[in-house]
Design a protein around this ligand. Structure first.
Ligand SMILES: [Fe+2]
Length: 191
């Protein structure tokens, strides 16, 4: 399939009418428009300390970002604040692990999770986070032995989410920050 540059992807997403900006149409759009890696290189930032979140586009309805993963880096187990999410991996390979919330007691910050299905993403294959089972973790496994870049669409944009710890059975709200915006490193970031 012919790859397209990121500007084309942004334009195409903006053109989707509100009533179609849902799981399946956006998933199909992302599947039909594999991203040309050269067109997102200017958004890449790499850190040995953490994976980087690099904002490419944001409006009221959605945000689009590139996340750069060094070998062996992984996200926390998290949800998406009940927002829709799609992702694709134009560079390298990532493992997704989904979880089922078996028990959650909000007032105590207690949760019990159970691993469910896992999936691997590479070569611009698109995926969507299932709203019925929205807790997951993304891992660039050491055995993959290479850097990876994923591109994410979140609708609507969100800046906090719940982060879960499987070892302690605790969860808490965490604030999400950008590493860079429009290709420019944020002032408070030290890579
Ligand atoms: Fe996620």
């Amino acid at each position: 399939m012919k790859k397209v540059n990121i500007e084309h992807v942004v334009e195409g997403l903006c053109e989707i009418p509100n009533e179609e900006f849902h799981c399946d149409p956006v998933y199909k759009f992302l599947s039909d428009n594999p991203i040309e890696i050269d067109s997102i290189e200017k958004y890449f930032n790499w850190s040995e300390k953490f994976y980087t979140r690099n904002l490419i586009y944001k409006d009221e309805r959605f945000e689009l970002m590139a996340i750069c993963w060094e070998k062996g880096q992984e996200s926390r187990i998290h949800n998406h604040s009940e927002q829709m999410c799609w992702m694709t991996v134009p560079f390298g390979k990532l493992r997704g692990q989904n979880f089922r919330v078996v028990e959650q007691i909000e007032s105590q910050g207690y949760c019990k999770l159970e691993e469910t299905d896992e999936f691997d993403l590479a070569e611009c294959i698109a995926a969507k986070v299932e709203l019925e089972e929205p807790v997951h973790q993304i891992l660039n496994l050491a055995e993959f032995d290479e850097r990876a870049v994923s591109v994410h669409i979140y609708s609507k944009p969100f800046d906090t989410c719940l982060s879960y710890c499987n070892e302690t059975d605790r969860f808490s709200e965490v604030k999400l920050n950008y590493t860079s915006i429009n290709g420019k490193l944020c002032s408070d970031v030290v890579l």
